[in-house]
Design a protein around this ligand. Structure first.
Ligand code: 5GP
Ligand code: ZN
Length: 118
């Protein structure tokens, strides 16, 4: 198939469908932004595509316009949160800390962010 279809066993597809509650901060035709349940910074928001791909690179390869939407929405949320500095992270693979295999951007801000991240 063309890819991107909702997966019954995917937590973030279930949030997109409204079957699991989340604290939404912004929504577009193609994306949803909501607060991370276990925040790692004063602002920690997840921006996800409504379509299902296992990671950000897969999304970008299959639907580049939607990948761009995710980035633009993350920037809009950063502006709304009045973050002058922030980080956008795409953990990819379990060794990098990815636990939910539906593409998502972490938007982190509101505190100093170390570089390199470790
Ligand atoms: P990953 O580790 O895959 O890069 O990021 C997954 C993120 O999803 C984690 O930061 C985790 O705290 C968050 N998360 C996991 N389950 C839920 C949930 O049910 N609701 C929300 N809002 N965030 C979740
Ligand atoms: Zn999904």
């Amino acid at each position: 198939g063309p890819g991107g279809e909702p997966q019954d066993d995917c937590l973030f597809c279930r949030i997109v469908a409204g079957h699991i509650p989340a604290t939404l901060v912004r929504e577009s035709d193609t994306t949803v932004a909501f607060r991370d349940i276990n925040p790692q910074a004063p602002t920690h928001i997840l921006v996800i595509p409504k379509v299902h791909y296992p990671d950000a690179a897969s999304l970008a390869a299959a639907e580049p316009a939607v990948a761009a939407d995710v980035l633009r929405e993350a920037g809009e949320v950063a502006d709304e949160e009045k973050l002058e500095s922030y980080r956008i992270v795409f953990n990819t693979g379990s060794g990098a800390g990815q636990t939910v295999f539906h593409a998502h951007a972490h938007l982190l801000g509101g505190r100093g962010l170390q570089w390199p991240p470790g």
